[in-house]
Design a protein around this ligand. Structure first.
Ligand SMILES: C[S@@+](CC[C@H](N)C(=O)[O-])C[C@H]1O[C@@H](n2cnc3c(N)ncnc32)[C@H](O)[C@@H]1O
Length: 240
């Protein structure tokens, strides 16, 4: 099956529509394709935030709310805002949170975050930067809503550095992952989009450079599974 990625202009509406379509199957798909490892990586993401009691976290592109709930599990006294533009993903997130929890879900665009500046101690984003039409623009928005000294923790796919492992990873990601997706939702092209979107996504070092050029100071990279999965931890300067 040949697949063509949406253009930059089409990307936002395409991504929103497709995540609405796959929302019911998204969690199972993630569990299967990562052999459950995404849960460990998300716990790691939240540990990197270093949140303290009563601090505020924005979980951008929160989807079904895995990271939002994990923030609260590790930091029960923090306040979490989960933001996503897919209504169907948000419905699932809401159904998984108790009514009185410290999580508030909000529909909105990560390219134009509908929240005031210098508002959050931490921003988490799981598999979100790869889906926005302009990574630099999104990073600027994240910097805007972070308090001085705040931290951004981003989890996404990375590039495997060892050639033979990279071949295996590509085979898995481009051949097996769409097959698994097709079993869960026959004919759904989103499961082709997911691997193909990684082609245009910067490698770990380039993303780090983009973060530094946008205005973050100190960016640390943590690779998992030979770099197939990666976490960037970036700090907003205290004097920004
Ligand atoms: C791959 S899912 C990740 C969900 C969740 N963070 C996780 O780690 O499981 C990507 C999510 O980003 C959302 N998304 C993509 N682009 C967005 C944008 N510009 N604004 C808001 N949400 C966006 C999609 O609707 C989708 O729910």
């Amino acid at each position: 099956m040949t697949y063509t990625l949406p253009t930059t202009e089409e990307k936002s509406s395409y991504v929103e529509e497709k995540f609405d379509e796959i929302a019911q199957k998204y969690d199972r798909f993630n569990d299967v394709i990562t052999f459950g490892m995404h849960r460990y990586w998300k716990r790691f993401v939240v540990r990197q935030t270093g949140l303290r009691p009563d601090e505020k976290c924005l979980d951008l592109c929160c989807g079904t709310g895995d990271i939002s709930r994990e923030v609260l599990r590790q930091h029960p006294e923090c306040k979490v805002t989960g933001l996503d533009f897919s209504v169907e993903m948000l419905k699932i997130a809401e159904s998984k949170s108790s009514r009185n929890s410290n999580i508030q879900y909000l529909q909105g665009d990560a390219m134009k975050i509908p929240l005031p500046e210098a508002n959050f101690d931490a921003v988490t984003i799981g598999y979100g930067l790869r889906n926005v039409p302009d990574i630099n623009g999104c990073l600027l928005e994240i910097l805007r809503v972070l308090k001085p000294g705040g931290v951004l923790v981003s989890l996404d796919v990375g590039k495997v550095r060892l050639p033979i492992i990279a071949e295996l990873n590509n085979f898995y990601f481009f051949r097996i992952v769409p097959l698994i997706g097709n079993l869960l939702m026959p004919g759904q092209e989103m499961f082709q989009y997911l691997p193909h979107s990684s082609l245009e996504y910067p490698n770990q070092e380039l993303l780090k450079r983009m973060m530094l050029e946008t205005g973050f100071k100190q960016v640390d990279i943590h690779d998992f599974v030979f770099g197939a999965s990666t976490v960037h931890v970036a700090y907003k300067p205290t004097n920004n």
